[in-house]
Design a protein around this ligand. Structure first.
Ligand code: SF4
Length: 895
């Protein structure tokens, strides 16, 4: 296939400087890696009717959040002048959110990193000099080679934030020989994934078929603003509601934009979603509204066992723990059951990010089994294709690394890694501080852990300490809070300047393939890992280079995409087709409805055996089950049924051998816990239960439970530098219910001090993660923070909410809500001398000019506060998911 003509990677920077006539300087003690381009605000000839005439339209995929919507870049004179949605993308269907529209700010940011930097002062001091790529890669290669030569491979860790180049990272780490790949999954979705896997095994991702639903029961998902499948999901929810007449009911402690756009909103006490769900399950059974066929045929419990198990979870009991009126619980339960099978639950961090989050999500999912909507059209579905259609084969990979590290697989959290790698990211810095692990080299990639991880000060302490992290290379598009603690900073390309094949689990319930391609040549000396990892591997040598014998990046992409079939209309196939259309959906696959009912073929059954329970195996490996005399695929679980009772989680929690169960499921990538986990047993209930977070039971009158949220214009840590978005939301005062404010004696605009604590429940269950100073009451204090208050009826009276994304102290002037300075007071580490973007400066109306005097602070100014500073490191003891929303804070009125 012939690829389109694109400028090669990299440009002659001297020529580029002369051609553009852009002033910038290089100073020894400054940060010269900053690009001083005219920003997108340079509105020449505006409005210009001919602006999009004669533009080349190049497809790509947004990466400002994990939804990866298809985009089209309008390119004119080697410059992207507009981004819009790609209607060929089967998941996002041509829709984009505000973040996607602001991609131009990302690409042409006046303060983008464009050159490699080397630290010249103390770590964290912010002093840098520009170096060449050659110097940077030589230094990195020498360090990595030493580690490799000593056989200490696992002491090189790769720590990723949002990443969509899985193959390129895995190739490099496997070729090097380390499995210490760290991620933020446990900060995001560990409990939801583990709950799904407990029932299904084959997928950790439920794809609620909301477009075809009649009833959508939402527990704590803010899908209209920030869900992992945000735009495709929101689009389908609204289609379900306005085209299909679906009703949507939301339970959330806060009136999110999703809750506000639902038909009904209820605010349960934080962490009680699972209690409400179990009470609904109880009532559906009590009122004989259950699906007896599904329960009897397709679950591994009997109706009577279920009735008995749920008997104590009455709506009246749930009213006591959640505050939701029992009559509402009963009414909604019956409405949900009557709409089934076109009825589905959905949930996310609102229910998951709690110390009891795993049980919350299991309880919520159970409702779908009771009403028989599992796998049904309009019901609770899933897809085994988490990403790219498997017909697309990654070019040959090196064999997997075999190391083990406590950072990557901490033994205390039994469900974190047994089915698939979910990891427990929030403990990484703590374990380094405690001496439980050490790192000789640390490579961060699109990561902003000081801002987005819990316990900002602990993260900073560890990143500063050269004994704990000996050598830190940061790969990023901008100089963020992580780059500030690096030894070498490498300028990364944006998603509009690099290659990827990509896809996520699609709400169409069939897989697809999309493409990211350089729309323009990378600015400055920015480079993607696909471009410099091969060079780094060759410099390290000793066989690493063999992983890169595929030729150029373009050769690699052509091989990778070669199975994309020819489009009969255009006669284009493979990479050429993707470059033309941006995405290809495999229409040969049926949407993944009721996969458990799929009959086994004669070929499947040849040589198969059936045991007394009807389970069909071949060579000892489960392939199906007999139901009503028919041989069908069943669920991919040990019982081949939807596992309401999971013996696996119970036994694996106790480090027992589950080999036979794994074989029967047929999901052989599931693993027993390794030797290193011995002595770390956790009791996991085989049935869905609800667990009280006991420290929430008796809050003092000045204590509230903190919740956080995202706005529809921001992701967690990577958008506050984009001016179009920061102008809309740049600050995050704390939301408090007016009743609570009155009790505390605070009014709108007053300032309060928040003091946060370590979890007492975790102190009993995971004493080895406890740290900090105790206050006079004997509790371990995490942090204190001063913030102003907004009184808001849309928040539970015992909760307090602050959005995340705010409070940057690096990441460009925009993220700090500072006008560009001219002269003395320039951004630390940045070279803004002699450069002013008048538009940027003139329109920075939200700059905080109070100088830190709270009495002079004006509402809606400044860049807010990093709410994660208050969050303790708090992993769910079963999965390791960070329990962001279980944190107790004490409120003190100031002034
Ligand atoms: S939802 Fe918005 S930010 Fe996320 S990928 Fe889509 S357009 Fe980009």
């Amino acid at each position: 296939a012939k690829a389109p003509v694109r400028p090669p990677y990299g440009i002659d920077i001297e020529k580029w400087k002369r051609g553009k006539g852009i002033p910038y300087q290089i100073g020894d003690q400054q940060m010269p890696g900053v690009c001083l381009l005219p920003g997108p605000q340079a509105k020449r000839n505006w409005p210009d009717k001919d602006k999009y005439k004669d533009t080349e339209k190049i497809p790509g995929m947004c990466q400002l959040c994990s939804t990866i919507c298809g985009i089209i870049g309008y390119v004119k004179d080697d410059r992207v002048i507009k981004i819009e949605g790609n209607p060929n993308d089967p998941n996002s269907r041509g829709k984009l959110c505000a973040r996607g529209q602001a991609s131009l700010n990302h690409l042409y940011h006046p303060e983008r990193l464009l050159y490699p930097l080397k630290r010249v002062g103390e770590r964290g001091e912010g002093k840098w000099k520009r170096i060449s790529w050659d110097e940077a890669l030589d230094e990195i290669a020498a360090k990595l080679k030493t580690i490799r030569d000593k056989g200490e491979h696992s002491e090189f860790a790769f720590h990723q934030g949002r990443q969509r180049s899985k193959d390129a990272i895995k190739r490099f780490l496997d070729a090097f020989g380390t499995k210490t790949q760290l991620s933020h999954r446990s900060l995001c979705s560990g409990n939801r994934r583990a709950a799904n896997l407990t029932y299904l095994w084959e997928s950790d991702w439920d794809l609620n078929d909301v477009e075809n639903s009649k009833y959508i029961l939402n527990f704590g998902s803010n899908a209209f603003e920030a869900h992992q499948g945000h735009i495709p999901f929101a689009n389908r929810i609204q289609n379900g509601r306005f085209k299909n007449g679906a009703k949507m009911v939301t339970f959330d402690v806060r009136l999110s934009n999703t809750a506000g756009n639902s038909d009904e909103w209820f605010a349960p006490f934080p962490g009680t979603d699972g209690a409400v769900a179990l009470a609904m399950a109880h009532w559906i059974i009590e009122q004989n509204k259950y699906d007896a066929d599904f329960i009897n045929q397709w679950t591994n419990v009997t109706l009577e066992e279920l009735r008995e198990h749920l008997s104590a979870y009455t709506p009246e009991w749930a009213q006591q723990v959640s505050g939701i009126n029992a009559n509402d619980i009963k009414r909604i339960a019956i409405e949900f059951a009557e709409a089934a099978p076109a009825a589905t639950t959905m949930c996310n961090r609102g229910s998951s990010a709690h110390l009891n989050g795993y049980y919350n999500d299991r309880a919520i999912n159970l409702l779908n089994a009771i009403v028989g909507s599992v796998g049904k059209k309009g019901g609770w579905c899933w897809s085994p294709w988490g990403g790219l259609d498997p017909v697309v084969k990654t070019p040959a990979m090196p064999s997997s690394a075999k190391t083990w590290s406590v950072l990557e697989d901490p033994p205390e959290y039994p469900l974190a890694n047994v089915w698939r790698r979910m990891r427990v990211g929030e403990i990484v810095y703590l374990y380094l501080l405690q001496g439980r692990a050490k790192l000789q080299a640390y490579m961060t990639y699109n990561l902003d852990s000081p801002l987005t991880w819990p316990e900002e000060s602990l993260t900073q302490e560890v990143l500063t300490n050269e004994e704990l992290i000996n050598f830190h290379v940061c790969i990023n598009c901008f100089y963020n809070e992580t780059a500030h603690y690096a030894d070498i900073v490498l300028p990364w390309t944006t998603f509009m300047e690099r290659w990827d094949l990509d896809a996520r689990a699609s709400y169409n319930l069939r897989p697809y393939v999309g493409i990211r391609t350089p729309m323009v040549e990378p600015l400055g000396e920015s480079r993607d890992i696909r471009d410099f990892f091969p060079e780094l591997a060759r410099k390290i040598g000793d066989g690493m280079e063999e992983a890169y014998e595929y030729g150029s990046t373009l050769d690699y992409m052509q091989t990778w995409a070669e199975n994309v079939p020819v489009n009969p209309d255009t006669q284009k196939g493979g990479l050429e087709r993707l470059l033309d259309e941006g995405a290809w959906e495999n229409q040969d696959r049926e949407p993944f409805y009721e996969p458990f009912n799929k009959p086994l073929t004669e070929d499947d059954l040849a040589g198969a055996e059936t045991n007394d329970e009807g389970i069909i195996t071949k060579d000892g490996i489960g392939i199906g089950i007999q139901i009503d005399g028919k041989s069908v695929r069943g669920f991919m679980t040990p019982s081949r049924k939807f596992e309401i009772r999971s013996l696996f989680v119970n036994q694996i929690g106790k480090n027992q051998d589950c080999e036979e169960m794994i074989k029967q499921s047929g999901v052989l990538k599931t693993k027993n816990r390794p030797e290193t986990h011995q002595g770390h047993d956790v009791e996991i209930d085989p049935l869905p239960i609800w667990r009280q977070i006991d420290e929430h039971e008796n809050l003092d009158s000045d204590e509230l439970i903190m919740t956080s949220f995202k706005w529809n214009v921001h992701n967690h840590g990577r958008t506050m530098n984009l001016k179009w978005l920061a102008e809309i939301v740049h600050s995050n005062p704390a939301w408090i219910n007016p009743q609570t404010a009155e009790q505390l004696g605070v009014a709108d605009g007053d300032w309060i001090e928040l003091t946060s604590y370590q979890s007492q429940m975790l102190e009993r269950e995971l004493p080895n993660i406890m740290h900090g100073e105790r206050d006079e009451s004997g509790r371990l204090v995490v942090s204190k923070m001063r913030v102003p208050v907004v009184t808001m009826p849309g928040i539970h009276p015992q909760a307090i909410a602050m959005s995340n994304s705010c409070g940057h102290w690096q990441y460009t002037n925009v993220a700090k809500a500072q006008k560009q300075s001219n002269g003395e007071e320039h951004l630390q580490g940045s070279d803004t001398d002699g450069y002013r973007d008048e538009d940027w400066e003139r329109n920075m109306w939200w700059e905080d000019t109070s100088g830190g005097d709270t009495s002079k602070w004006k509402q809606n100014t400044g860049n807010g506060w990093n709410q994660n500073r208050l969050m303790p490191i708090a992993p769910d003891p079963i999965t390791g998911q960070q329990a962001f929303h279980s944190t107790i804070v004490k409120v003190t009125r100031l002034g």
